[in-house]
Design a protein around this ligand. Structure first.
Ligand code: OSB
Ligand code: MG
Length: 370
């Protein structure tokens, strides 16, 4: 596949409602899209960095700079046999997984189209229907949270994850568990606690949570291994896992019993697939996390979720939960059983609405081979 050109675009998209985590609130979501042209085909992807370096060290503007100055020059004009060869081309760049994933995943879309296959099948996916969960941001009161949970349980979602932080944890968890004794419930702290909170976190054991996601420092796997020894609730790592070696470290140290795989955070489909295969070999379940993506990132997440090892519902939910109008057609919808039926057409399997992409673009730059 010859990479003829790459176009970066920044879009401003407003979430239907603000999404609050322990590290901040997002309402206006800057969306960074990659459009990769190769021999008459167009691959699309979404760089999942946020508005600032709050989730990991990347941001939309930082990713744009790394793409423009370092990553795009390595691929534009080049012939690349397989999208899975891209990580090796980027071996000289450290970090910036979300920026790297932007190019790699767009090329996977091209490769799937070339072969006339849906992307999920090219990746080795085996599940034509995937189980879905939702992630609920921090709420003003337990009552307000219960209203939100009711909506999602009624819609059929198979797992409810609630965001927590110190001061907004036990009373919220207890309220949801009391109202819903049988749902699959998990919590996500986005690194809001320290090891000094171990005793407090142990009190969550009473609520038979499916998991507790990333309670401690974003970059500290060892600290999580110490916490895991002190609590019964299974830990899940999100922020701490940027590549396969992190997953190996985490499982060898006993730092978690579940891994959240985010395509951007781990650098793309090749890395995500390696982590899923490794986790499966260790009988550790994985699931696909979300970064408040528009339809393009959502479509890639759906493809990821079909792989062997994704045995828990992910944070991949309907477009309409976040967006008044999404940039893909059809929008992502969820069945009353809380599943997504995976598309069968080649590539991403969703049509990108260029009219909307153009209308919402606030910055654009195209790179061609010189
Ligand atoms: O930790 O999973 C997270 C959103 C932004 C940053 C971090 C996280 C999240 C979510 C959103 O939980 C999940 C989704 O996209 O539906
Ligand atoms: Mg998380």
């Amino acid at each position: 596949m010859r990479v003829d050109s790459i176009t970066l675009r920044k879009l401003n998209m407003r979430l239907k409602a603000p999404f609050e985590t322990s590290f901040g609130t997002t309402h206006d979501r800057p969306i960074l899209l990659v459009e990769l042209e190769s021999e008459g085909l167009t691959g699309w992807s979404e760089v999942t960095s946020g508005e600032g370096p709050f989730f990991n060290s990347e941001s939309v503007d930082i990713s744009w700079l790394v793409l423009r100055e370092f990553l795009i020059p390595l691929v534009v004009g080049r012939r690349i046999a397989h999208a899975s060869d891209v990580p090796q081309l980027f071996a000289s760049i450290r970090g910036h997984e979300m920026a790297r994933a932007g190019i790699e995943t767009a090329l996977w879309d091209v490769e799937a189209q070339r072969q006339g296959l849906p992307l999920w099948k090219l990746l080795g996916g085996t599940q034509p229907e995937i189980p879905c969960g939702v992630s609920l941001g921090l709420q003003d009161s337990p009552e307000r949270l219960l209203e939100k949970v009711a909506v999602e349980v009624t819609a059929g979602y198979q797992r409810i994850k609630i965001k927590i932080k110190p001061g907004k944890d036990l009373t919220y968890i207890a309220a949801v568990r009391k109202a819903y004794p049988h749902i699959r419930l998990s919590v996500d702290a986005n690194s809001a606690y320290t090891l000094g909170d171990a005793e407090h976190l142990r009190s969550f054991d009473d609520y038979y949570l499916l998991m507790m996601e990333q309670p401690l420092w974003w970059d500290d796997i060892y600290a999580h291994s110490k916490l895991q020894k002190q609590i019964k609730t299974v830990l899940c790592l999100d922020e701490s896992i940027a590549h396969l070696r992190d997953a190996q470290t985490a499982l060898e140290l006993g730092a978690c019993g579940i891994i959240n795989i985010k395509l951007g955070r781990v650098g793309g489909h090749t890395s995500a697939r390696d982590i899923a295969a490794y986790s499966l070999s260790k009988q550790v379940p994985v699931w696909c996390g979300g970064m408040l993506e528009c339809g393009i990132g959502r479509a890639h997440n759906i493809a990821v979720s079909t792989l062997p090892g994704y045995s828990l519902p992910g944070d991949v939910s309907a477009s309409a939960r976040y967006w008044v109008t999404d940039v893909i057609e059809p929008e992502v919808t969820v069945t009353p059983q809380g599943t997504i039926r995976v598309p069968e057409s080649p590539g991403l399997g969703y049509h990108v609405r260029r009219d909307l992409v153009e209308r919402w673009t606030v910055e654009k730059q195209t790179f061609r081979a010189s």
